[in-house]
Design a protein around this ligand. Structure first.
Ligand SMILES: [Zn+2]
Length: 104
């Protein structure tokens, strides 16, 4: 599968509970087709105290399907559809279908 979303990308959530939120991609799980986005799908977990850690409530992002987000183009700053193109040196890069700018 071509990887349209990468770590450190800024994405807009278009589906689910956190629709409309924008955040940075913290983690990509290609095998599950899921990504973890900063501040999105935050769940509270109750954690028992351990010798090296305090107990209490921990807020943590959980993974969401990557098709629920859209990449925000760093160039035009809009939620963009992403395509792929090859550069002259053979590298494959993503580009924004709105403003045509290369993203990588
Ligand atoms: Zn763009």
């Amino acid at each position: 599968m071509a990887q349209k979303i990468k770590r450190h990308d800024r994405v807009l959530v278009i589906k689910g509970r956190d629709r409309g939120k924008v955040g940075a991609v913290l983690q990509v799980k290609p095998r599950e087709g899921r990504i973890v986005v900063e501040g999105v799908q935050v769940v509270r977990r109750h954690v028992r105290p351990r010798p090296n850690r305090q107990g209490g409530i921990v807020e943590r992002e959980s993974p969401i399907p990557w098709c629920n987000v859209r990449l925000i183009c760093p160039s035009c700053n809009k939620a963009a559809r992403v395509g792929f193109r090859f550069l002259e040196d053979g590298r494959k890069v993503r580009y924004c279908k709105k403003c045509q700018a290369n993203i990588d």
